[in-house]
Design a protein around this ligand. Structure first.
Ligand code: NAP
Ligand code: GDD
Length: 365
């Protein structure tokens, strides 16, 4: 049977790297679009790229940018893929307040640029298109559990740019009979998560503190609640959405909710100590109250979590919880990772990084 061909935008990101691994396992030929960067941005996919013996004819990287139609058109026209996964984005909500125009150009117009190319190719090939939509679309919605029918209420330039992409994807599906779907994914994390997203920041810095490499974790809104899953599983759902006969949009969520504060407490427990909280609002802090592992480089009463105003947003989404009954039925979705398993996976990798740095420091002395 002929290998299927996929293009992944955002291949150097967290989700792109997991999706590339999955598609290669399924015998796809994978083409990734990477943008030009002055420093190396392929660390999440180097293991695929280097493995030339096995993947030499199956894995390709191309320079391109969602801001640059010419590069996108050239790549898509040449490859004529079966599937395109549009994962590229300025994906940081707080940064979108600092760069609203750039965020909209990449996240909103970038999607339109790809859809136009697909539309113009539709007499040559029916290319299936996946759009990385997001639970941020729900924003301030009053409904507690959000599903495919919950009204959107975006609260940031990021969410608003993704709202455009959500609708333009739906419009192109309905207007031109294209196979285009929105995966409305709730937060998903992993050891490959960027360091400036809250979960990875927590596991990375707390493992460094417990190895004596840092003193404090500075954090913003402790009370924000999220529905956190594992990125590896969520990437598989993207693929599943494109294997259905009819294009449809899906919510993917674990249906369990935890606060940033809970995430910190569970991470501390996984590392081997207990944290307690004192104070209020900006003066609140977390200190070590019990230590279960005597090898940890921390002390009882040590103040390890402090609040820093810098990490608050002009407008935050406080409460996100999903309902993914449709995906459970039609995609056979059932999360294998709960919050404890997710944290265990992240702490394990970050512990190794911290221990490696301790060894390096010792060797350099
Ligand atoms: P990520 O780690 O931030 O990856 C974003 C990717 O987009 C990176 O490969 C980045 O390249 C690339 N990119 C950024 N601007 C680009 C441009 N102008 N042209 C081409 N590529 C560009 O994000 P992620 O967590 O994997 O998320 C993947 C997608 O799902 C994003 O669209 C995100 O908004 C959406 N989403 C994520 C979640 C989540 O919880 N993770 C939930 C819902 C939706 P560099 O490596 O060069 O920066
Ligand atoms: N990043 C960050 N850093 N967030 C913090 C911090 C901090 O120091 N302290 C508290 N938070 C709170 C944020 O205010 C937010 O309420 C919550 O932690 C989660 O923040 P992020 O991890 O940055 O994720 P996000 O929910 O804003 O956005 C992520 O998930 C979306 C899906 O709902 C991103 O991956 C988006 O691209 C994605 O669409």
């Amino acid at each position: 049977m002929k290998n299927k061909i996929a293009i992944i935008t955002g291949i150097t990101g967290q989700d792109g790297s997991y999706l590339a691994e999955l598609l290669l396992k399924k015998n796809y030929i994978v083409h990734g679009i990477r943008r030009r960067s002055s420093s190396i941005n392929t660390s999440r996919i180097d293991h695929l790229h280097d493995n030339k013996k096995i993947l030499g004819k199956k894995f390709f990287l191309h320079y391109g940018d969602l801001l640059d139609s010419i590069s996108l058109e050239k790549i898509i026209n040449k490859i004529l893929p079966d599937e395109i996964y549009n994962l590229a984005a300025q994906s940081h909500v707080k940064i979108s307040f600092d760069m609203p125009e750039y965020t909209s150009n990449v996240n909103a117009l970038g999607t339109l640029r790809i859809l136009e190319i697909i539309k113009n190719l539709s007499n040559k090939k029916r290319i299936k298109f996946y759009q990385a939509s997001t639970s941020e679309l729900f924003g301030d919605s009053v409904h507690k559990k959000k599903d495919e029918n919950t009204p959107f209420f975006p609260k940031s330039p990021y969410a608003t740019s993704k709202l455009f992409s959500y609708w333009i994807t739906k419009n192109y599906r309905e207007s031109y009979n294209l196979y285009c779907v929105n995966g409305i994914l709730f937060n998903h994390e992993s050891p490959r998560r960027g360091l400036n997203f809250v979960t990875r920041k927590i596991t990375y810095i707390l493992t460094r503190i417990s190895n004596g490499l840092e003193n404090k974790l500075e954090i913003g809104n402790l009370n924000a609640k999220r529905d956190w899953g594992h990125a590896k599983e969520y990437s598989e759902m993207m693929w599943k959405m494109l294997q259905l006969k009819k294009p449809e949009d899906f919510v993917i969520a674990t249906e369990k909710q935890f606060s940033v504060r809970n995430f910190i407490e569970l991470t501390c427990k996984e590392i081997g100590f207990q944290i307690k909280w004192k104070g209020k609002n900006l003066d609140e802090y977390g200190y070590v109250s019990r230590i279960f592992d005597e090898n940890l480089k921390i002390k009882i009463n040590q103040k390890i979590v402090v609040i820093n105003k810098r990490f608050f947003r002009p407008n935050d989404v406080e409460d996100l919880l999903g309902k993914s009954i449709k995906a459970r039925k039609k995609l056979n979705w059932k999360p294998k990772y709960n919050i404890k398993k997710l944290i265990k996976d992240m702490v394990k990798e970050d512990k190794l990084l911290a221990e490696y740095e301790v060894l390096k420091k010792k060797a350099n002395k």
